[in-house]
Structure formats: structure tokens, C-alpha cells
Design a binder for this molecule. Structure first.
Ligand SMILES: *[C@@H]1O[C@H](CO)[C@@H](O)[C@H](O)[C@H]1NC(C)=O
Length: 632
């Protein structure tokens, strides 16, 4: 069946922003990246739509760039399906329109999956997702690496490119950061084996150049190294990476290593160097970076040649990437024309020191954590801040679970009956609060929806409301959709994306057990939309300052507690597990209350009426707080 593309049953659309283009570069860069991946995969599964972001965007030049012969449609924003109008692009949608994937990383990963499913002989496409298929899977809200590749680098380069020559801003810090990353040692899963091979090579090389040329990896010397100046031209790393790309066997290591190699301590083995962005292998990350770095280096070479020496590793990467099979063709099909980088004056390939901060170590020895949370709690009490829950509005209310269709209940799936019962109890609390607030026509968003326990019950109970599930994990969301399809729900949307990429307006936001600062992100999203929120936090121990939030959050707490003191509360707030002694759990519960009171106060300072309520029965979860906020 090789080469025959099976027709997929559902029609699938890919929506990409189009703002403008200059010299072969389509803006925003996310669109350049997606088009490049389409060419690289030779993927014809999607109907591609460019969505005009400006009023009078000039599309006359586009035809030159899109050699995909008229298969690309150009549409105004108003023509987007409603679900996509609520998301940032790029987005991919299956017809019928209730399941949408949004955001660069999610959409690109999906394109790869789809290409492979349509033609499973194309394993090399699936390998773009890397070992364990995790490439760019951790979302930008939690992974700094994803954030860098998906958001900050494309944005920084767009900003750099959009200024006219002569007024270019300084080199973006993000690019310097990337250059530095490329210099850090590589970790791969068979690390140790490769490093031992490398050690053997190095010893051979030291023994004399004639030995070193003795093809230690079975590769003929000089055969496939176009660039003699490439400092890694003969490296083991390069051989391994390219033999994988050319679908050859990895170099055989039939010979048993000499004892001094076999027995070398791991710490004495040489580090592996980057061949591609994530390490040895060509991955999706390289595809994301390619249009970005290409356009960046183009400007550097034209206008700021003297700066090129600051990017020896990026330059090497740029030359190397062109040697990857099919990359040149794919690039030229979407308007990226590689150019010749001037040779760099021999720069030392020095290792950047990697500053491995070890958080936690310092904290553990920190005397302030030893006394426990009591001094902190006393301090708050002296300022009139006490552990105090708002009364539960209806402690005994419960859904009539037995009369509900089976697929509504969390009993579905592999959950043990005990866990399912407690999940039902948690849902009773949330559903009561939401249903007592919701009006017909309201839009309700279930953030971090997972498999849809909350959202599906709400959609079933509130047929006149529109419920949107937002979740980053594809499999959870597909499970949710399956349950929803069984129930025949028509008032529900599924969005696989970071919550940041959901831009729609809504009336009520819900989150059950959003981890650490995810709770704060949900509350923030709700406040920005002036929506009510009902949020049950968890994982207090993960709370820390982020680019968006500093703790404590509220003026009232800030006046009283230092960051460290607040972190003590967070640390102890996690000690509510059932197996802990009752006294510890009580203190844990009190700390939970105080951390959530800080969140509540912060929302009050922004025009909300907020209550921190303890869910009923308390045994429904060790994380049994509920923060309920209503705009006033
Ligand atoms: C967190 O933010 C607070 C408030 O800006 C600041 O005082 C504190 O030093 C920060 N802590 C860390 C570890 O960054």
C-alpha cells in the first residue's frame, strides 16, 4: 500500500493566520512553520485556509509562495467556524465542528499523527515526535522549552524582522538563549552506550591520526561532509543522527569494547554534542525553528554580518539542517530559499557552562521551614487573617446519580467504585454551585477538563447552556468526546489547547483540581473575561512565582507575609492525605484555607465577591476546597 493515501473519513480543516508577507516570509511565523511542515510531510489530508487578520491584506504575492497549486483557500476571519473563532490560530478542526485543536505545538503534532495514520509506511514522519513521542508535548504553560520554541522565539524574530533595516532592535535575548542551549550537553536515552563509543573514538584519535581515520563508525571518511569547517564533521553524534535519517542501521558495535572503555565511570565519559535542536535526532522542534532561524540569519547576513560570530552553533545547525533528506525541497516549495552562510572565522567550540541550579536543596536547609507553619499562621492571625470557611450553600444536595444515563457518571471507565463515589461527591459540590448560577444561554468553560467529568455532567444538566471543555491531553479529550457522543450531547465543544489559546467570552469558568498555578491561571482567565469562577485547587506545593503571578497575590497578604513565609503555607497545605495523622491533616487543611484566602482576596481586589468553601463531605477528596467568585 506504500504511497497510497487512504482517504480519511472526516474532513479536516487547518486554519492559519495570514497578516502579511515580506520577501518570501509569511507572517505570522507560525504560518510559515505550519506550511513548511505540510510540505515536508507532503500532507494532503487537510483543507488549508489562510485567515486574513488585517482589513486590506495584500494577497497578490501569496501565489508565488504557495506552490500547493490553489489548494489553499483564503478566507476572512468572520468565516471561521464558531469554535475556531474562540481560539488562537493555528487551529485544526474536524467536521462536524465540535473538536478543535489550537496552538502551534498541538496542531503540528496532530498533522504528524494524521500523516502517519494515513500512510503508516512513513515511519520517518512519526519519528519527528522523538523518543516516546514527547517532542513539544508538554504545554507552554508548564514547559520553558515549549514556551521558547512555540512562543517566544517566533515572536521575538517577528518583532526583529518587522522593523525596517537601520532600525532593527537589539538581537533578541531568546536567540542568544537558543545558541546557548545548543551548546549544552545532550541527553538521550541510550546516552551511556554512545558516550562510551565516543570515548573509544577519542582515545583512538589521540593514539594517532592514522588510527582515527580508520572509520570507527563504518563511514567512509569525507564521504558526506560537505562542510569541512564543521567542527563536528566527523563526530559520532553526526553519524548516528544521519544514519537514522537515512534509515540505515545504527553503526554496529559488534566488537566488545576494551575493558578501560567498558569500565569507565559515567562521570568520565565525554558529553554528547547537539546535532539538532533537541539533541541527536531531527525532530519537530527543528521544523519549528527552521523558518524562524532562516529569516533571522538572512537579516544578520545582510545587515549585521559582524554579529554572525555570536551564533556559531546556530550557523552550524543551519547548514546541517539543509542536509536532512527532503528539507531543501520542502523549503523551496513554501518560499524558503536557503542561502550560503559566510564561513565563520574559526571560533572555539567552547562549552557554555550550564548553570544547574538545584532548587529545593537550599530550601531544605533553610531554618524557616523547620518551625512548621505555626509562626506564619500566628503572624496572619495578628493581622486579623484567620482560617475561616464560608458556609456551604447546600451541604446535603446531590445529583440523582442512579437516574442519570451511565455515561454521565464518573463510574464509566476504569475507576474503582470507591474513587468513583468520591468523584461523584466532588461533582455534587461543583454542579450545585454552577447550576444555581447559570442562566439559559450562558457559556460555561471547563478548564483542565481531563476526561470531562465536570463538563459532561454540566452539559447534560444544563441543555440550554453551551459547555466548552479545554484540555491539553489529546487522549483525555478524545475519551470525553466519546462519552459525550454516547449521550448525544449537542451543546458541547472540545478544545485541545493551552487555556491561554482559548480567547472566547464566557460566563462561568470551572476547574476541578487544576494543579498548582493552573488554578491561578484559570481564575485569571475568568477575571479577564469578567466571568464567575468555581475552582477546586490542588498541588499547593507546586505553587511558585511565574512570569504572570507572584505570591502572595493579595495586597493584604503581601503586607504581612514574605514570599518564603507564603511558600511555607503552600508546602504544608499539601499535607492532607488520609494516611497522615489527624493533627497534621488539620494543619494542612488550615494552610490550604489560607493559601486560598489569599487567592480570594486578590480576586476581591479586582472587583469580585469571593468565597472559600469546604466541599461536602470533607472526605470527598484530600483537596476539598472550592473557591467561588462572582463579579460585582
Ligand atoms: C516572588 O515574587 C515576590 C513578589 O514580587 C518577590 O518578593 C519574591 O522575591 C519572588 N520570589 C522568587 C523566588 O522569585
Amino acid at each position: 500500500m506504500k504511497g497510497i493515501i487512504k482517504k480519511s473519513l472526516t474532513e479536516e480543516y487547518l486554519y492559519l493566520d495570514f497578516s502579511h508577507q515580506t520577501e518570501g516570509c509569511i507572517f505570522p511565523l507560525h504560518t510559515s512553520v505550519a506550511l513548511f511542515l505540510l510540505s515536508y510531510c507532503d500532507c494532503k489530508i487537510f483543507k488549508v485556509c489562510l485567515v486574513l487578520t488585517g482589513e486590506n491584506t495584500d494577497v497578490s504575492l501569496l501565489k508565488n509562495v504557495l506552490s500547493q497549486d490553489g489548494e489553499v483557500q483564503i478566507i476572512p476571519r468572520q468565516e471561521l467556524p464558531p469554535i475556531v473563532q474562540n481560539c488562537r490560530l493555528p487551529a485544526a478542526v474536524e467536521r462536524p465542528d465540535n473538536f478543535c485543536r489550537a496552538g502551534l505545538a498541538v496542531v503540528l503534532r496532530h498533522m504528524i499523527q494524521k500523516t502517519y495514520e494515513a500512510d503508516p509506511s512513513r515511519k520517518e514522519i512519526l519519528e519527528l515526535l522523538g523518543f516516546k513521542k514527547t517532542c513539544l508535548k508538554a504545554c507552554a504553560e508548564v514547559s520553558q522549552w515549549t514556551r521558547l520554541c512555540e512562543l517566544t522565539i517566533p515572536l521575538a524574530i517577528e518583532n526583529f524582522l518587522s522593523k525596517p533595516s537601520g532600525q532593527r532592535p537589539p538581537i533578541p535575548a531568546e536567540i542568544l538563549q537558543l545558541e546557548k542551549k545548543f551548546g549544552e550537553p545532550v541527553r538521550v536515552h541510550n546516552d551511556d552506550k554512545l558516550r562510551r563509543q565516543k570515548l573509544k573514538q577519542q582515545k583512538a584519535a589521540r593514539a594517532g591520526p592514522s588510527l582515527a581515520k580508520d572509520k570507527p563508525n563504518g563511514r567512509v571518511h569525507g564521504q558526506e561532509t560537505p562542510d569541512e569547517l564543521d567542527p563536528w564533521a566527523e563526530s559520532l553524534e553526526l553519524t548516528v543522527a544521519f544514519s537514522k535519517l537515512r534509515a540505515q542501521e545504527e553503526p554496529a558495535t559488534a566488537n566488545r569494547e576494551p575493558a578501560r572503555i567498558r569500565k569507565a565511570k559515567a562521570s568520565d565519559l565525554p558529553p554528547l554534542e547537539h546535532v539538532f535542536a533537541e539533541g541527536l535526532y531531527f525532530t519537530l522542534t527543528d521544523i519549528v525553528l527552521l523558518p524562524c532561524i532562516h529569516h533571522f540569519l538572512l537579516i544578520i547576513c545582510k545587515e549585521l554580518t559582524e554579529k554572525l560570530v555570536e551564533f556559531p552553533l546556530l550557523a552550524t545547525w543551519y547548514r546541517r539542517i539543509q542536509e536532512v533528506p527532503r528539507v531543501r525541497t520542502a523549503a523551496s516549495q513554501c518560499g524558503i530559499h536557503f542561502f550560503h552562510l559566510p564561513e565563520l572565522v574559526a571560533t572555539s567550540n567552547e562549552q557554555h557552562p550550564s548553570f544547574s541550579e538545584a532548587p529545593g536543596v537550599e530550601e531544605q536547609n533553610d531554618p524557616s521551614f523547620i518551625g512548621g507553619p505555626r509562626p506564619t499562621m500566628t503572624k496572619l492571625m495578628e493581622k486579623g487573617i484567620e482560617v475561616m470557611f464560608s458556609p456551604h450553600p447546600c451541604p446535603t444536595w446531590t445529583l440523582d446519580w442512579d437516574s442519570l444515563p451511565a455515561a454521565v457518571s464518573p463510574k464509566e471507565g476504569k475507576m474503582s467504585s470507591d474513587r468513583a463515589l468520591r468523584k461523584q461527591q466532588q461533582l455534587n459540590n461543583l454542579v450545585y454551585v454552577v447550576t444555581s448560577q447559570a442562566k439559559p444561554g450562558d457559556k460555561i468553560v471547563d478548564f483542565c477538563s481531563g476526561g470531562g467529568h465536570v463538563g459532561i455532567v454540566l452539559a447534560h444538566m444544563l441543555p440550554l447552556c453551551q459547555v466548552t471543555l479545554i484540555e491539553n491531553k489529546e487522549l483525555s479529550l478524545i475519551r470525553a468526546k466519546k462519552r459525550s457522543d454516547e449521550l448525544g450531547l449537542s451543546n458541547i465543544w472540545f478544545i485541545q489547547a493551552n487555556m491561554e489559546y482559548f480567547t472566547g467570552m464566557f460566563n462561568i469558568g470551572v476547574a476541578l483540581h487544576a494543579c498548582g498555578v493552573a488554578t491561578d491561571m484559570v481564575i485569571e482567565h475568568c477575571i479577564e473575561a469578567r466571568a464567575s469562577f468555581v475552582s477546586c485547587p490542588c498541588c499547593y506545593g507546586f505553587i511558585q512565582n511565574t512570569s504572570k503571578f507572584n505570591f502572595p497575590k493579595s495586597e493584604q497578604f503581601k503586607k504581612t507575609l514574605s514570599y518564603k513565609e507564603h511558600m511555607i503555607l503552600c508546602r504544608f497545605a499539601d499535607q492532607t492525605a488520609v494516611q497522615l495523622p489527624p493533627q497534621r491533616r488539620l494543619i494542612g487543611k488550615q494552610c490550604m484555607c489560607l493559601v486560598d484566602l489569599d487567592r480570594a482576596r486578590a480576586a476581591e481586589e479586582r472587583g469580585y465577591s469571593v468565597q472559600v468553601i469546604s466541599m461536602e463531605p470533607e472526605s470527598c477528596s484530600p483537596k476539598n476546597n472550592m473557591i467561588v467568585g462572582v463579579p460585582i
